[in-house]
Ligand binder design. Structure first.
Ligand SMILES: CC(C)(COP(=O)(O)OP(=O)(O)OC[C@H]1O[C@@H](n2cnc3c(N)ncnc32)[C@H](O)[C@@H]1OP(=O)(O)O)[C@@H](O)C(=O)NCCC(=O)NCCS
Length: 175
């Protein structure tokens, strides 16, 4: 239902079009990028993708060839761990299972060809849809960093979730 291909500079315009405001940008990437999200910021990000420290992908539906999402995996080779991030499904494609399918492929790559032992992620603790998606894939909350930052007039807490290789192989079956 979904295939991944490497993220490249020519995808930056498409990616930027999926982010429609500062709150969406914040939900997607925290304070890494600043609003307005211009192609210059994304070009820098694209340049560090597909390197030994980061693998980023665009997800597409092979039946239509439409790009439907984006995901990235930051790799810490020293401890065989990865950090999943920049998870985004095109607004018009949400709620159709693309998020779960895209992350399944990314996790397969992380635990498979990249040989990782553990994959972590951080998600704002009020992002119920994303948390449900991650829990469905087997991620469990490790701890919550409470009130770590102020943005848009409120205090934000970041849930840290972990998926060990053993849980992926046993529970998700590397589907
Ligand atoms: C979070 C996000 C990636 C989910 O992608 P998606 O393609 O809509 O998710 P899926 O259709 O694969 O659904 C996965 C799970 O989440 C649930 N879910 C997703 N969107 C939902 C919604 N709008 N309402 C209720 N549940 C929702 C689904 O029910 C499903 O759970 P289930 O298998 O138990 O039924 C997408 O909403 C998104 O891009 N959000 C903006 C960016 C963001 O918040 N990224 C996360 C940063 S940490």
């Amino acid at each position: 239902m979904v295939e991944l291909r490497d993220f490249r500079t020519s995808d930056c315009r498409q990616l930027a079009a999926w982010i429609d405001g500062p709150l969406e940008l914040w939900n997607w990437s925290g304070h890494h990028f600043s609003w307005p999200l211009d192609e210059g910021q994304l070009a820098e990000y694209a340049a560090e993708s597909s390197t030994p420290v980061r693998q980023s992908w665009m997800a597409f539906d092979p039946t239509t060839d439409h790009v439907v999402g984006h995901v990235s995996l930051r790799i810490e080779a020293a401890n065989a761990s990865g950090r999943l991030g920049r998870v985004l499904v095109a607004p018009e494609a949400r709620g159709k299972g693309y998020g779960a399918a895209m992350l399944t492929k990314a996790l397969d790559a992380g635990f498979g060809e990249l040989g990782l032992e553990q994959i972590e992620l951080g998600v704002w603790d009020d992002n119920a849809h994303a948390i449900r998606l991650y829990e469905g894939l087997g991620f469990a909350c490790d701890h919550v960093l409470r009130d770590v930052v102020q943005f848009a007039g409120k205090s934000w807490s970041a849930m840290q979730m972990i998926l060990p290789r053993s849980a992926w192989a046993v529970d998700a079956g590397s589907a």
